[in-house]
Design a protein around this ligand. Structure first.
Ligand SMILES: [Fe+2]
Length: 331
């Protein structure tokens, strides 16, 4: 038995270019104070986790300035001796001082060519090439490549083209698992499972229409969630990390697959969003994940800090020889 702890962030939406302009069109951009608080929490809690995972939408629009600013959040050294190791200048936060592996995958906003949101590959992959190559499926091993106890298979489900959306405006928020990627996903997952326990991370919350009450739900759907879930079941995947909705939610998409949806970690806008991150404690027995217990970390807008909030505890029971998963939230 071993335990790995990951700090799960999502939907940071970093970027100052056209920030106010986008706000007028209903996009919720990052809040600079919240981003400082993210870095402060991550630094102060650095002994509590082994890696940071980010399930997409690190920027609002993939302009180079935004991507470079986002990248600086992940890796700019403070370069200064002071007592706020999470800042690299007066007000610019960084995770570099945490000195932990960081796993980053793209979401739909990371592919927005401009404010019209047409999907484009290059800018994100150029700036974030250290974290994300051009392949659609990538595996990260924790705690390290040499000691793989957990493989996180990250699947980029962003649209290749705006014509792949199904409704007007769907290119802004829809995702898709393309048919020709299913075999790759199966093969990569199986290969990873030979060496370690495996979980998936995607950006888009699967079956979003059944589990969230959100406006414009059709425009933010993962188009073939059913295929993704069927594939996950075939492969014995029990947990899927994701984001996209800006609302935190844990839900079962079948009796044995749980989705751990993060909320947004740096956007703060009235009651419409959950500004959260999660500390997931992942218990591993050989090649299996036996349970994931999580602490929610919530942003206090008045105090401008993140604090532990509630705990999600998982337990299993046997019924008719069929293992069922249950979880509950504890205050
Ligand atoms: Fe998204």
């Amino acid at each position: 038995m071993s335990t790995l702890n990951v700090l799960h962030m999502s939907d940071l939406h970093i970027g100052d270019k056209y920030r106010n302009f986008l706000k007028r069109f209903g996009y919720v951009p990052y809040n600079p104070d919240a981003l400082v608080a993210v870095a402060e929490f991550a630094y102060k809690q650095k002994n509590e986790y082994d890696a940071i995972i980010v399930s997409g939408d690190v920027v609002s629009v993939a302009y180079k300035d935004n991507l470079v600013l986002a990248k600086s959040f992940f890796e700019t050294d403070t370069g200064l001796v002071h007592n706020r190791e999470w800042l690299y200048s007066e007000s610019k936060p960084t995770l570099a001082s945490c000195q932990k592996p960081v796993i980053i995958m793209p979401g739909n906003h990371d592919k927005f060519k401009g404010i019209l949101g047409f999907p484009v590959k290059k800018p994100f992959e150029n700036v974030f090439k250290k974290y994300w190559k051009s392949d659609r499926i990538q595996v990260y091993k924790l705690p390290s490549e040499n000691d793989p106890q957990l493989g996180i298979v990250c699947v980029d489900l962003t649209l290749n083209s705006f014509i792949d959306s199904t409704v007007l405006g769907g290119h802004f928020g829809q995702g898709r698992l393309y048919d020709d990627e299913i075999e790759d996903l199966k093969n990569i997952t199986k290969k990873t499972k030979e060496m370690s326990a495996v979980t998936w991370m995607i950006h888009f919350a699967p079956c979003v229409e059944e589990h969230f009450e959100l406006e414009d739900i059709e425009e933010m759907r993962l188009l073939n969630s059913e295929t993704l879930i069927k594939t996950a079941r075939e492969l014995g995947i029990r947990y899927i990390f994701c984001g996209h909705t800006h609302i935190h939610h844990n839900y079962m998409v079948s009796k044995d697959i749980e989705v751990l949806c993060c909320g947004t970690t740096a956007c703060v806008e009235g009651n419409k969003v959950d500004t959260t991150m999660f500390l997931h404690e992942i218990d591993i027995d050989g090649l299996d994940i036996t349970s994931i217990n999580s602490k929610r970390v919530n942003y206090d807008i008045v105090r401008q800090e993140f604090t532990y909030d509630i705990v999600r505890q998982e337990f299993t029971y046997e019924e008719n020889d069929d293992k069922q998963m249950l979880f509950g939230w504890l205050k």
